[in-house]
Design a protein around this ligand. Sequence first.
Ligand code: ARG
Length: 461
Amino acid sequence: STGRLWGGRFEGGPSEAMFALSKSTQFDWRLALHDIAGSRAHAKALRAAGYLDDAQAAAMDEGLAELARQVEAGEFVAADTDEDVHGALERGLKLIVGDDLGGRIRAGRSRNDQIATLIRGYLRDEIRLIALDVDGVVDALLSQADANLGAVMPGRTHLQSAQPILLSHHLLAHAWPLVRDIQRLRDLDARLAVSPYGSAALAGTSLGLSPELVAAELGFSSSVPNSIDGTAARDLIAEAAYVLAQIGVDLSRLSEDVILWCTAEFGFATLHDAWSTGSSIMPQKKNPDVAELARGKAGRLIGNLSGLLATLKGLPLAYNRDLQEDKEPIFDGIDQLHVLLPAVAGMVATLTFHADRMAEVAPKGFSLATDIADHLVRQGVPFAVAHEVAGESVRYCEGKAITLQDLTAEDLPSISEHLDPGVLGVLTVEGSVASRDGRGGTAPGRVREQADELRGVKAQL
Ligand code: ARG
């Protein structure tokens, strides 16, 4: 047996270059155990429809179990002559149960419905593991948020000083998108849990095989309602590629913050030695390579998604061989995140934050200006006027080369008649932070509350 699943209508074998182009075992072998699980389920459908008797069905099932064992042990591997994982495994089955019984497994199915089912099963397994790793990063952010609850920092928009915030608030702002990514993976799993088996090449099977039986055997919740869609659609693979890319982008944004924080100019944080690298020439260097690789891999993950969408956009229904090109990008995305996520979790968990430095920078850049305006509004001044007065306060301080925190009661009358000494009470970083006490705000009580809320959401996942 050649491991090729066709040939009757051809005079010779494929040319060498044709075969080299067509061959996919070098990447689709990772679906081997899913392929065998599909075959065991399919054999049950063949038995139920009367194409295998009890003895044949039992021998088939035992043969497939033995094949799975050999694959897991590395005793059975794809040969150079095998075109794809499906052909290789049919060859392997025949070696165990003989050509007659082994040659019966293929009735009523096609590689088109097989591959569409296997990739879904594979992704269901893998995204469960990815979700656990994403959760590890969320845990690292949460534990840093808990450990640094007192620390303030400069909050920024446009990378310019904006308003003081709590470091924990900022860290949790990186955690929430990752929690939504986990939710996206869960949502996607429900859509992946629909089995295309039984669609055959495109039109369904004439042999009376039950797609629902196969779906149930494989732990899917149902079978596809449309056999053409079942074999031709790859939107779910693209959706998986999107969620992987989004995880990459979320890690990348977190990483960019870490990279900035660890510069001498910011000085907000220091990387642990175990999660940084040195320079071969500059002895002083301690580089944030984990964060930079996260940023870099995000580009790669986006490329995988866009490549896959480009592959799909012009394809007529139903199956086209182009669809084979869905495998490597999605496998790559999974592999990259498996190495990246634990490293990002380790980097975050071991960061040392410099609370004094962050507190020193927090009031810089006139970041308390909004607090003056808000104070005046509480005194009944229209916000437009309050905004002007706060702006004049900034200009006044700029002229004297002081910060808003340095203002005294003597300064106020020369800035504006609206300013009462009460304003000095809000011109502290702590006062500013404590005043933002609505739901979702940066006040310590609210940040503690959202950390608990995040733990609650995580527990529901
Ligand atoms: N290897 C193909 C894929 O990954 C599945 C095989 C379908 N081949 C075919 N000639 N119909 O999509």
